[in-house]
Write a protein that binds this ligand. Structure first.
Ligand SMILES: C[S@@+](CC[C@H](N)C(=O)[O-])C[C@H]1O[C@@H](n2cnc3c(N)ncnc32)[C@H](O)[C@@H]1O
Length: 237
């Protein structure tokens, strides 16, 4: 699903406040693990402010692109690993910070990797992220075709918070909103390379694409959540 084009500016806006959200809590002594690092766009921005980053992704092509980009930027304190966020190869209680941006994650695995008192940073989508696009594509046999659009914002917050609270004290929960526009090429890239619209095909959905494009651009609202949580004391049963 993700490929080299994924990182192109045409389909990826630079609209992330996640790095700024994390920065005040980083420091030169901190060891960081990033889950679902992709091409390391965000990891490259935090690496200069920390001791080291271990960055994991399950997609080899993303990791290859990450390696090129880190080398080009002369960043040498990031190690890349191929693996699954839910079952990582790392030793327990190793990291001061665990970060995960727009990926999948397990609160239990993040807690296992962190030292007690360590910080977990999450960037995740609100169900109504890109709602203008999701509304336009409507439903299929399973319901809303838009990613996460079959749940309310309140539900998503409730389930995330409840899952986190088993292992963390939630300290900060920020909602961000930005207006974004993409060219036709960028928009098609988004639809073809990301899960935004289930079962997208230009052949079937061409009319909807045309309707959304105004003066060659599609405009929509990006809605995200940023969460900061502290790893609770380990309580063996
Ligand atoms: C939308 S990209 C985000 C990349 C990067 N974190 C960023 O914000 O720019 C999601 C990444 O998470 C990875 N990913 C998703 N689920 C994963 C899992 N269970 N284990 C490892 N990587 C995963 C994908 O391969 C992809 O590279």
């Amino acid at each position: 699903m993700y490929d080299k084009k994924y990182d192109e500016r045409s389909i990826r806006s630079e609209n992330s406040d996640f790095v700024e959200f994390m920065l005040p809590h980083l420091g030169k002594e901190k060891r960081v693990v990033d889950l679902g690092c992709g091409t390391c766009r965000k990891v490259a921005k935090i690496a200069p402010y920390v001791d080291s980053v271990d960055a994991l992704d399950r997609n080899e092509r993303m990791l290859a692109q990450a390696a090129d980009s880190l080398a080009e930027k002369k960043i040498d304190n990031v190690r890349l690993f191929l693996g699954d966020n839910f079952n990582t190869p790392f030793v327990s209680n190793t990291y001061d910070v665990c970060s995960t941006a727009l990926s999948t994650w397990s609160p239990a695995e993040a807690r296992r990797l962190l030292k007690t008192g360590g910080t977990f940073f999450i960037e995740t989508l609100c169900p109504d992220d890109k709602f203008e696009i999701k509304k336009a594509f409507g439903q299929d046999d399973l319901g809303e075709r838009g990613y996460l659009f079959g749940q309310t914002c309140e539900e998503r917050v409730y389930y995330l918070r409840t899952a986190l609270e088993a292992f963390f004290e939630v300290e900060e929960w920020l909602f961000t909103e930005r207006q974004t526009e993409l060219t036709e090429e960028g928009f098609l890239g988004l639809l073809e390379l990301t899960p935004t619209i289930r079962g997208f095909s230009l052949e079937k959905d061409g009319d909807i694409v045309k309707r959304l494009l105004v003066d060659g651009k599609v405009r929509f609202t990006e809605k995200r959540m940023m969460i900061r949580a502290t790893a609770s004391r380990f309580k063996p049963s």
